[in-house]
Design a protein around this ligand. Structure first.
Ligand SMILES: Nc1ncnc2c1ncn2[C@@H]1O[C@H](COP(=O)(O)OP(=O)(O)OP(=O)(O)O)[C@@H](O)[C@H]1O
Ligand SMILES: [Mg+2]
Length: 266
């Protein structure tokens, strides 16, 4: 069985000071294994963003434990949590959150450089391959305000894959996209799932269920379901994802480059 990438237990979280304190997660447990694409779904306000932010080490739980790739992060000091994030996690936000002044290429290259320690020229080479694999090779020199919403998300995914993370997480990655762009983004995300990598996406978007191995349902801060998704191993047009996709090729290629230039960056 593939290794567990994420293991959260008894996670409790509330907001607000004493008196106005509201508990929004009431002891949540979730797991994600390598090789899986799981969705975290549920009504607005059910606690999805809060839970995924805690699992990604961007927010502290009030109680409970979160293990990322076997490392318990809830008790770690901030710099140690940041190290675990850099080493194991990539995150994509709803609005892409790109650096506005940088080109698509440098948005990705800066993060490659930061995460792997390679020089800028090598980082740009890796970033170009990642953007090619996200079908963004024709927009390398464009800045975020010169890209469409779907294009920005594809840059954000390429950036989240910098450093070759084990776990890719996203919050409402397709929410602002039309059907065509959402499908392309999901095909590309599906293509980065591999035996050692998993994906966890928060979404309201039922179109994504077709790409998922599992659908975890959250209601009122509790997990109320964990069901199989609709993924059958092909893209619907008969194209297989996973091994052999352009994203896979770029990632594997990039590992070679990172090893050669960074002296064991990761
Ligand atoms: N910073 C905050 N301070 C106070 N309450 C908050 C804060 N952030 C979230 N909440 C509350 O916590 C609850 C869960 O919020 P969360 O953002 O996790 O929900 P969600 O499931 O992601 O919703 P949506 O689908 O609308 O994005 C909501 O009731 C929200 O009002
Ligand atoms: Mg949310």
């Amino acid at each position: 069985m593939n290794p567990t990438l994420l293991r959260a237990r008894s996670v409790v979280k509330g907001y607000g000071k004493a008196g106005l304190h509201v508990e929004v997660l009431h002891g949540v447990a979730i797991d994600l294994r390598a090789g899986e694409l799981a969705l975290l779904m549920g009504p607005s306000g059910s606690g999805k963003t809060t839970l995924v932010s805690i699992c990604a080490g961007m927010m502290r739980a009030d109680a409970g434990t979160v293990e990322v790739c076997g490392r318990e992060i809830t008790g770690l000091p901030d710099p140690e949590v940041a190290k675990v994030r850099r080493r194991h996690l990539g995150f994509v936000f709803q609005d892409a959150s790109l650096f506005p002044a940088l080109t698509a290429l440098d948005n990705v290259a800066e993060v490659v450089r930061m995460k792997t320690g390679v020089r800028m020229a090598a980082a740009r080479l890796q970033a170009t391959r990642m953007l090619d694999s996200m079908r963004m090779g024709h927009r390398l020199r464009h800045r975020p305000d010169e890209l469409s919403g779907g294009e920005r998300q594809r840059v954000a995914i390429a950036r989240a894959l910098a450093g070759d993370p084990d776990l890719l997480m996203g919050d409402e990655v397709t929410a602002a996209l039309d059907g065509h762009s959402a499908r392309l983004v999901m095909e590309l995300v599906r293509g980065v799932v591999e035996p050692r990598r998993g994906v966890l996406l928060v979404t309201h978007d039922r179109r994504l269920e077709a790409f998922a191995d599992r659908v975890i349902r959250l209601e009122d801060g509790r997990v109320v379901g964990d069901d199989p998704g609709g993924w059958t191993g092909t893209m619907g047009d008969g194209t297989a994802a996973g091994h052999g996709s352009a994203a896979q090729a770029a990632l594997h290629d990039r590992r070679g480059v990172a090893r050669g230039d960074a002296g064991g960056g990761k």
